[in-house]
Design a protein around this ligand. Structure first.
Ligand SMILES: [Mg+2]
Length: 422
């Protein structure tokens, strides 16, 4: 059975959320600023047309803003997280096989949807989300996640596509690939984009046709996967994807459904702790933690819900993030459901160095940082999980962990997990 993925991406998401509650903003240039550093993190099309670039600091565009009466908003993550939740819940009506990729994007696996007209399906989905939430979305449909991302990118830009582009068995696939710069291909970072263009590989089509061995030498196994994905050979199933830079997600599908709140609390605590560790590794901090749960898609009673928690000060402290995850879970947990998956998403990321002292801050940041450093050092030296938080649970038989153990080793990317020959 051929694989089919859809990427659903909310257009200019934060701006669109503001417009739902303030329709006078429609048609006007609007930007939303990041929490602390005052950079434009979302721009309406009108703002983009004025030349306002992503992540540009407000002080650099003050003239443009004044002359064109650009509407400027501080970010309201609680609102965005809630709107995101509404969008995601609608998507689950189309298929429970969903990966919430970031606050405004989700992948759907439509592989076993039979012979349906996928373009029509995409239009229906787009219409329903827009009608029920007021958020405009773009839909890219293709045999792999990388191609679905690319299709979504084009769907947003092309007038003819009108927000939905299906590249499955499309005669336009090559033309579409040729029109996308390598830098815009999912998984190609800035560094690799530079390397590729320096070697005459400017667009996605050229990357697809590039010699695999050449790419492997520079980009490793992920580069080879990337080429395969562009060829339509699916290498990334749902949830096993390269991480987004906008957010960090830690989630697991349970091998056996979980019903007890206590077990789910342990699970999301563990994910929050893992997320905090990832943040510290990247020297980053997060401003918002979203926790979500979903039930077994085979149960009659499908349930998906999420809750976002605004941290008073952006943080990478395990205990703070665990606390937020538990608070969130308590809000969305309902009895008598068979939970199949849970996860946490960290948003509003920023560099650690930018954490400002706040009078409202009840946490001793210096002490917390020292504690986290010690924790990471011990776990690095003596093995992951040597020291952990009580909230994560100490029992050896944790059902939410089993699928963790089911995962095959990272043979190609971690020295300590290289395959052994005996
Ligand atoms: Mg978006």
């Amino acid at each position: 059975m051929a694989s089919v993925f859809a990427l659903v991406d909310c257009n200019n998401f934060y701006v669109s959320c503001e417009r739902v509650f303030n329709p006078r903003l429609i048609g006007k240039p609007v930007i939303v600023l990041s929490n602390n550093d005052g950079c434009a993190v979302a721009r309406s099309n009108e703002a983009k047309a004025l030349g306002i670039k992503m992540a540009v600091p407000l002080f650099q565009i003050e003239d443009i803003v004044r002359k064109n009466r650009v509407q400027v908003f501080s970010s309201n993550y609680a609102l965005y997280a809630d709107m995101s939740n509404r969008v995601m819940r609608i998507l689950t009506q189309f298929t429970p096989k969903m990966e919430v990729y970031s606050i405004d994007e989700a992948f759907l696996d439509l592989s076993d949807s039979g012979g349906i007209d996928l373009t029509e399906y995409g239009r229906k989905l787009k219409q329903r989300v827009e009608k029920w939430t007021g958020i405009p979305v773009s839909v890219g449909i293709a045999p792999t996640k990388t191609l679905a991302k690319l299709a979504g990118h084009l769907a947003k830009k092309s007038e003819k596509a009108a927000g939905v582009l299906n590249l499955c068995r499309s005669p336009y696939q090559e033309k579409a690939l040729a029109s996308v710069k390598v830098a815009d291909v999912w998984g190609v970072g800035r560094r690799y984009a530079k390397f590729l263009t320096a070697n005459g590989i400017d667009n996605a089509l050229q990357l697809r046709e590039a010699e695999a061995e050449f790419i492997r030498k520079k980009m490793g196994i992920n580069g080879v996967r990337l080429i395969n994905e562009l060829k339509g050979i699916s290498c990334y199933p749902l949830e096993n994807s390269p991480p987004s830079k906008k957010s960090i997600t830690v989630s697991r599908t349970f091998r056996q459904a979980i019903t007890a709140q206590s077990e789910l609390l342990e699970a999301v605590s563990a994910y929050a702790a893992a997320g905090a560790e990832k943040l510290r590794k990247d020297r980053a901090v997060a401003g918002v933690l979203t926790v979500y749960v979903l039930t077994n898609r085979f149960s009659d009673n499908y349930y998906y819900n999420s809750a976002a928690f605004n941290l008073p000060v952006r943080s990478s402290d395990s205990s703070e993030l665990i606390h937020a995850a538990r608070k969130g879970l308590e809000k969305i947990y309902r009895k008598d459901y068979q939970y199949k998956k849970a996860g946490i998403i960290l948003n509003d990321l920023g560099p650690e160095s930018l954490v400002q002292a706040s009078f409202l801050d009840s946490v001793d940041r210096r002490r917390s940082k020292k504690l986290m450093l010690t924790l990471d050092e011990i776990n690095r030296g003596m093995g992951a999980g040597t020291i952990k938080y009580g909230a994560v649970g100490l029992s050896r038989r944790q059902r939410w962990k089993t699928s963790f153990n089911q995962r095959s080793k990272a043979y190609t990317t971690r020295w300590e997990q290289l395959p052994e020959v005996s």
